[in-house]
Ligand binder design. Sequence first.
Ligand SMILES: [Zn+2]
Length: 466
Amino acid sequence: MADIYIRGGFVVTMDSRRRVIRNGAVAIEDGAIRAVGKREELDKSYRYYSDVVIDARHDIIMPGLINTHVHLAQGLLRACADYLSLIPWLRDRIWPLQGNYKPDEALASAQLVVTEMIKSGTTTFLETGMVGRYGPDKIIEFVHASGMRAAIARHVMDLAGYAEYENMLHEGLIETGEESMRDTIRLYNKYHGKDNRIWIWFGPRTPGAVSIELYKEISERAKELKTGITMHLAEVREDREYIAKSFGKKPIEFANSVGLTGPNVVLVHVVWIDPGEIEILAKTKTNVSYNPSSNSKLASGIAPVAEMVKTGVNVALGTDGAPSNNSYDLVREMKLAALMQVLKTMDPASIRAEDVLEMTTVNGAKALMIDHLVGSIEVGKRADIIVVNAWKPHLKPYNNPVSHLVYSAMGSDVKHSIIDGKLVMYNRRILTFDEDEILEKAEKAAYNLYSRIGICKEPDSTWSFI
Ligand SMILES: [Zn+2]
């Protein structure tokens, strides 16, 4: 007897032996995985004795995807900042828009992003930085109600500068050290650990916006509270130059000197680092979130991920936000994640599909310190499972689901999504909220925001829109 019984096709377990089971099946009970094995065997106990039976014989069953770098507040900014590199991208578009959000607009943005992630197979994500003006409580409550699992980092800062561009950060986003720390602790006390689905992290801003004292305090508090820290680092060449000029250090050396390395830290991008810094990442067990689309679109560079993987760094994958990726589809991100490394190293086997699938499942779970709960399909783990419809021309022949998932699949191939043993999407219909209502709200909120700020009112295009 199970609550949900999925009769597969392939089951890509991501267990320690990395078993891929042909004609496999999974039984779920009380939110946890009760049995994984051959369909023929499991059918005897579950086929006629389960509340819900899902026929997935032409499909691929795999762990839900884990997106380790998400900006919930950037959903409304899609196509608002094309063709720019990071500094003007932030200064002229992102910060003026985000710095003027009203809480209902920030909520509409977060709802849109959550919808897009569920529909493309993400079951867990790491939000990089909530601020007070977004109204974090309502956003966190929506994420919880949506059924998703998430670590939500709250921005912490005490200086207004970014890199050499002093006071560049839009005033609407500036907070003091005291208020940003206080609100992080408040959110932690209110939500951390809720139903084992929501965790509150520290999200310090990049060097230049946070004093060394505050970085050290964040490191101490995170250890004390047994929670995580995530920060953008060494995204563009200017970051490296700024850190060298201001602190006389390389980016990872700097992070290490202020306590921002370790198994509870996810450093994001990490493009501009050298082999010595990769050694520090490996030695300190610091996690890296690799965001290939964002790094390409902003022309930031290619992170030395193949080298990191070889050196033993835990690398996970992230999409970043709508204005730098223009998508939160982690399935699509996998292909670029592999191809960029192949191109950088000029070695077609420098990163394999297996490596990339690990990034979006087990490595993501480890980065979020929840690998005891999710990341693989194993008996006893929480049931975060997606079913990918493989009855599609681009997924035939049905021979190697690992290769197909990384190189051929799209987020829209995800048919069902189960999180914590609950069906959150069935046959591409979200069951936990009204998707149409959210799309409508997002459209209105974006229109209001663009009109009020005067940015993005017209498409950024050389063509005429009549
Ligand atoms: Zn980011």
